[in-house]
Design a protein around this ligand. Structure first.
Ligand SMILES: Cc1ncc(COP(=O)(O)O)c(C=O)c1O
Length: 311
């Protein structure tokens, strides 16, 4: 069973590199790993996690997936799509109240046939309790999936992505820059990469448990599950969240426009725009130089959400 189209391309970004080179303190080469092109339901990083998570659900004999996310969650949209493709049912518990008009990822959730439950709150503990309640009501054929698919099983997708990326390059890159929220992507990369490749996770959600702690724990568990040595790289995080999760920041607006007009990339306001803002800031500060791979983790449907009309 394969939901994603792999390998995704690894592209040079010559015009973005030229634009940022004057800000850099050393040599600069930027490449883009196009995980926005993983294929499943408009693509994104979560397809790689869902390859493993959905297989686990099917092997456990489940016929319904229950998960949760922010109202404009990309993971929720892609889970809804994965269940549609596999003929399973899907329940999504989403933050906040039902919107008067459904747009962006919510519109797609509906089109894929998911049942939506608006939790009326942004409190993740309450939301996770609701996931467990719905799963318990459905019974043993329900597969509750943590927010963002951030489990060792899901993170196996990014151990495989690390192998894929290294196989596409003559020499390992100096840095990989990725948006990090539930931490599963960053954890999988850390579990799969050699120490010399540093991973910069751009914190876009500022979770209750600091990201560095959850990434470290998840990377260790993922490495064990993947039969790899314990992760050797440091957990490096930079905060570009803005005041709260999903808030519009000027630096992300600039980054989205810069990536669009130099490389025709479609980034998003919540994740990849902030990750690119983190890359620009890292180049400016001298933290990032050499060969940098920007992991494009998808997320474009949020650009068409009413919440971001002002973006
Ligand atoms: C587009 C996009 N990029 C990055 C991330 C962060 O990935 P992770 O949750 O694995 O940290 C997400 C998570 O929802 C996402 O939707």
């Amino acid at each position: 069973m394969k939901l994603s189209y792999l390998p995704t391309p690894l592209d040079e970004a010559p015009r973005l590199t030229t634009e940022l080179a004057p800000l850099a303190t050393g040599p600069l080469r930027i490449l883009i790993k196009r995980d926005d092109l993983t294929g499943l339901a408009m693509g994104g990083n979560k397809a790689r996690k869902l390859d493993f998570l959905m297989r686990d659900a099917v092997e456990k004999g489940c016929d319904t997936v229950v998960t949760a996310g922010g109202a404009q969650s990309n993971f929720a949209r892609m889970t809804a799509a994965a269940t549609a493709k596999l003929g399973m049912a899907c329940h999504l518990v989403l933050t906040g109240d039902a919107p008067a008009h459904e747009s962006g990822n919510i519109l797609l959730d509906r089109i894929f046939g998911a049942e939506l439950h608006f939790a009326g709150t942004d409190d993740w503990d309450v939301i996770w309790d609701e996931v467990k309640r719905i799963a318990a009501d459905i019974g043993p054929k329900a597969y509750p999936m943590p927010i963002g698919g951030a489990t060792p099983v899901g993170s196996l997708g990014y151990v495989a992505a690390a192998d894929e990326l290294l196989s596409q390059m003559d020499a390992p890159p100096d840095w990989i820059v990725t948006a990090s929220s539930s931490g599963g992507t960053q954890a999988g990369l850390l579990a799969g990469l050699p120490r010399e490749v540093r991973v910069l996770g751009i914190d876009v959600a500022r979770p209750k448990t600091p990201l560095a702690i959850s990434v470290l724990k998840l990377a260790a568990k993922t490495a064990t599950l993947a039969n790899r040595p314990p992760p050797a790289g440091d957990v490096i995080i930079a905060d570009h969240c803005g005041p709260v999760y999903a808030s519009i920041t000027e630096e992300a607006q600039y980054a989205v426009r810069l990536a669009a007009r130099t490389e025709a990339l479609v980034l998003d306001p919540v994740y990849t725009g902030k990750a690119m803002a983190g890359l620009i800031a890292g180049v400016k500060s001298g933290q990032l130089s050499g060969t940098i791979v920007f992991l494009h983790t998808g997320g474009a449907p949020a650009l068409f959400a009413d919440e971001f009309a002002a973006f």
